[in-house]
Design a binder for this molecule. Structure first.
Ligand code: AMP
Ligand code: MN
Length: 343
């Protein structure tokens, strides 16, 4: 085992960073009108990265438009600047550059109209397609917000309360509240700086994780009540459909974070959450502990993500897709346990 301080695998990415970050800075300084976007069904990292970047560009006197395919989950709506985000499936109008964050390919935005524009691609997901005019891809970043932090520093922009809040939001959520295995000393160094800029970690944790509606608590109850355990309790399987949401007075956004709850049981090494939509598609979310690599499962279905958090979409019916997906996760659990027998 390597000493903790040398454990990050940034040999390639740090040399890439020294080349590409100055180029991105030049591209930003020499342009005036920016479009900012991120992935469909946004999460804390996409919202945080986008808004931190927006406030940074404001500070440089740039014109900034934010466009996403879907609205932010309810509990992020009161964070600064979230009301600036336009919701649209297509974008037109002039812009000198588009900054796409958190998207391994352009279709992840769910917004059309970016093709052919000057694109700055900033992402930490494995398998990024390098679709930008400038591409900065750093898988070692625990959140895209870490990369945005570096870029804002490189641009010489002071860390305001708003920027710090969004960087912390990105890191807090994308590390699964500091549970995932991609956390490095850099993660805490950035968080330290955001706290020095006025972020209150306790208040942030309460706002992000303790702002459920009663309906959501009911939904959590229903989901956990119908949870199945597979592979001697190592895999938890959750199911949800529109009828269940309606019965609890919830919307799709209320499912956020629920997938992490089964992982609080010691034995459970991975969770799969099947979310059936009325259109017949099934959205599949995966989470895991330690070395259980659920990204490899998502990759086999055209999805992606990270070792401990990934996702994809399949066509139903659930009865047909469920078995093969579960088999693949069971395989990933067995592989992961081999590399970490004490887990
Ligand atoms: P979710 O389960 O939707 O919260 O997604 C978990 C992680 O997997 C996030 O980092 C997502 O960006 C990523 N992810 C989910 N779905 C996909 C997909 N279809 N393609 C690539 N990455 C995905
Ligand atoms: Mn992310």
């Amino acid at each position: 085992m390597m000493p903790l301080g040398t454990m990050n695998h940034t040999a390639t990415s740090s040399s890439e960073r020294t080349v590409v970050v100055p180029r991105i800075c030049d591209a930003i300084r020499s342009r005036q009108r920016f479009l900012l976007t991120s992935h469909a069904r946004p999460d804390g990292d996409s919202i945080g990265s986008q808004l931190a970047m927006a406030y940074a560009l404001d500070a440089l006197g740039k014109r900034v438009r934010l466009v996403n395919a879907d609205p932010a989950p309810d509990h992020y709506r009161e964070f600064p600047g979230v009301d600036r985000i336009e919701i649209a499936s297509a974008v037109d109008g002039d812009a000198d550059a588009v900054i796409v964050m958190e998207c391994s390919d352009l279709s992840r935005t769910g917004v059309s109209g970016f093709d052919g524009r000057f694109i700055i691609n900033i992402d930490h997901h494995a398998g990024n397609r390098m679709y930008g005019s400038l591409n900065w891809h750093d898988e070692s970043a625990a959140a895209c917000g870490e990369m945005v932090f570096d870029l804002i520093q490189a641009l010489g922009i002071p860390l305001t309360y708003e920027i710090a809040t969004h960087i912390y939001l990105a890191i807090l959520t994308d590390t699964g509240a500091f549970h995932h295995s991609n956390i490095t000393p850099r993660t805490f160094d950035i968080c330290r700086q955001t706290v020095e800029a006025g972020v209150e970690p306790a208040a942030m944790a309460r706002r992000v994780f303790d702002s459920n509606s009663f309906g959501k608590l009911k939904l959590i109850g229903a989901l956990l009540d119908s949870m199945e355990l597979v592979h001697e309790g190592r895999l938890a399987v959750l199911y949800m459909d529109d009828a269940m949401l309606a019965a609890c007075g919830c919307t799709y956004n209320d499912t956020e974070g629920v997938i992490n709850l089964p992982l609080t049981a010691r034995e459970i090494q991975a969770v799969v959450f099947f979310k059936a939509t009325s259109g017949g598609e099934i959205r599949v979310s995966l989470r895991s502990k330690y070395d259980v690599d659920v990204r490899m499962v998502a990759n086999q279905y055209g999805g992606g993500g990270h070792k401990n958090a990934s996702g994809f979409t399949v066509s139903g019916p659930l009865s047909a897709v469920r078995g093969p997906i579960i088999d693949k996760i069971v395989h990933a659990i067995d592989e992961g346990l081999q590399t970490r027998p004490s887990a």
